[in-house]
Design a protein around this ligand. Structure first.
Ligand code: FO1
Length: 332
């Protein structure tokens, strides 16, 4: 391909940021300098929440901080070298959640975002402003400008399905130990894709689905009306990367989420969940780990091309190699 390729990545938090870094690295390695013109990342906003009067967008912030090189790599969220003085004061006032930490630098982001939202800017405008401070080498778009925060229904001890809580409470307070029965994004059925999302998918040379949580990260993106149809209709190949390696989740608690929707924790089962584009799903190709080579024929049996390749993203180099494999698999 002689002109700069147009790549769209659908992404959630940690897996999404590592993969986005990898794609940016792979494009750099190909001699593409202005990767922001080449790479669009459509980010999950289902993890978003209001807390202590500010709007948090955890997946957006994880990807912004990672691409800006200011993320806390050990913890996997928030800013590197952050302090927690304001958080301690908020706790003393009894606001916020005692199990949820808002770092001082991170709070600066939430305050700026909330200020801009109050001025009338949309989440897309806010994200565009954030990218003026830190050139990220990618164009980031929220999946939608609507507030569609994920609500988890858990099985109460007496078996009744009565307890509902915000995803972040289930995830960070309960560490996904309460059995989830369903995940909902109230209002998503009437949400619209953020400006630029559909055009990016339509005009793409390749669409890549990051190895993010299929249920609570990629799930909400695909649930925004119009996005699934755009993926089905684009001329670009759609290549997904398995978040399951060796039959296990790489990080997070995706296995619990998958079980709740009746999907086994295996590379083949997640491929089946996304489905073959030829059969009304969203995938043309599925990258599976070498550890999962045995399930490759099952994936092929679903009508999805299966490519066995190393999937571990342990550093910038391995992330870029994986991204390069996804790009070359897509014929880009
Ligand atoms: N995760 C935690 O496990 N504990 C926290 O206190 C916490 C705070 C936090 C604050 C801002 C932010 O953007 C993310 C934060 N996370 C925290 C991560 C987040 O809960 C999840 O890991 C993601 O939403 C899942 O992708």
């Amino acid at each position: 391909m002689s002109r700069t390729p147009r790549i769209v990545v659908l992404a959630g938090g940690v897996g999404g940021s590592r993969f986005a870094l990898g794609v940016r690295g792979a494009l750099h390695a190909r001699g593409i300098d202005n990767t922001a013109e080449s790479l669009t990342v459509v980010v999950n906003t289902g993890d978003d929440l209001w807390l202590s009067g500010v709007r948090l967008q955890p997946d957006i912030d994880s990807i912004v901080y990672a691409l800006a090189g200011v993320n806390d790599t050990a913890r996997g969220w928030g800013r590197e070298g952050d302090s927690e003085r304001v958080n301690a004061e908020l706790q003393a006032w009894g606001t916020g959640w005692p199990w949820f930490t808002l770092g001082d630098l991170d709070l600066g982001t939430h305050l700026a975002r909330t200020d801009w939202l109050r001025e009338g800017l949309t989440p897309t405008d806010v994200l565009e402003r954030m990218q003026r401070r830190w050139p990220l080498g990618a164009r980031l778009l929220p999946m939608t400008d609507a507030e569609v925060d994920t609500i988890v229904t858990v099985r109460a001890e007496d078996g009744a399905l009565t307890r509902r809580m915000h995803f972040q409470e289930w995830w960070t307070r309960h560490r996904a130990t309460l059995e989830p029965v369903r995940f909902d994004n109230p209002g998503i059925e009437v949400a619209t894709p953020a400006p630029g999302v559909i055009a990016a998918i339509e005009d793409a040379d390749a669409v890549l689905i990051a190895p993010s949580n299929p249920v609570v990260s990629i799930g909400p993106i695909l649930a925004v009306p119009g996005i699934r149809d755009a993926l089905r209709q684009t001329a670009a190949p759609v290549v997904g990367v398995s978040p399951i390696i060796g039959g296990r989740v790489v990080r997070g608690m995706a296995d619990v989420c998958l079980a709740a929707i009746g999907v086994e924790t295996s590379a083949a089962a997640v491929a089946e969940h996304y489905g073959a584009r030829a059969a009304g799903g969203v995938l043309d190709t599925w990258l599976v780990g070498e550890e999962d080579a045995a399930v490759a024929p099952d994936v092929e049996g679903l009508g999805i091309r299966s490519v066995v390749t190393p999937l571990w993203m342990t550093d910038a180099e391995t992330s870029a190699s994986l991204a390069e494999r996804a790009l070359s698999t897509a014929g880009v």
